[in-house]
Design a protein around this ligand. Structure first.
Ligand code: SF4
Ligand code: SF4
Length: 171
């Protein structure tokens, strides 16, 4: 039946796209939900992470979910990876999905601030609280990273200028 063939092609393409972008464990998912149960992103109100995000990809719904903002709520804690009985590494699937979104220039508005900060300072997230906490324990409020290294900042800017994100005009 032609309709089923189209769906199967779409599923194959969606899964392969995510595998190619680094989410190579996705085919092993059995939809048990253990990852979603421990995911702070899901608990914070970003439901399309872990099991549900994988379900949508396995259904071939890549285009339909391109504007999904939940993926940007991932905190990179890797709790999902620790509990997954199938070795899927759900965080890698989330990051692969983000790469797919970024490649299509479909980034969440909440991702723009960190991107601009990365371009300007070499760090995606810098806060006054972090600086104050470092001072409190006797450290230089500015960590010895790209924040203190103008040459590294310049290299990061060059990389970002060459990336698809430059097309967004946010730098
Ligand atoms: S790494 Fe991301 S997807 Fe995995 S549990 Fe943490 S917040 Fe959720
Ligand atoms: S814990 Fe692993 S197998 Fe279970 S739903 Fe999550 S990714 Fe799939």
């Amino acid at each position: 039946m032609p309709a089923i063939k189209i769906d199967q092609d779409k599923i194959k393409e969606a899964v392969q796209t995510i595998v190619d972008l680094g989410g190579d464990g996705i085919r092993n998912c059995v939809q048990c939900g253990a990852c979603s149960a421990v995911c702070p992103g899901v608990k914070a109100g970003f439901p399309v992470l872990c099991r549900l995000l994988i379900r949508k990809i396995l259904n071939g719904q890549l285009e339909e979910t391109i504007e999904e903002v939940s993926t940007w709520g991932c905190q990179s804690c890797n709790r999902c990876t620790e509990v997954c009985p199938q070795g899927v590494r759900p965080q890698e699937v989330v990051f692969a999905y983000r790469r797919y979104q970024a490649g299509e220039l479909a980034m969440s508005a909440s991702a723009f601030g960190p991107q601009m900060s990365l371009y300007e300072t070499g760090h995606a997230v810098t806060t006054d609280a972090t600086a104050a906490n470092r001072e409190k324990v006797g450290l230089n409020p500015v960590p010895p990273t790209a924040l203190q290294n103008k040459a590294a900042q310049k290299e990061i800017q060059t990389l970002l200028d060459e990336s698809p994100m430059a097309d967004l005009g946010i730098f």
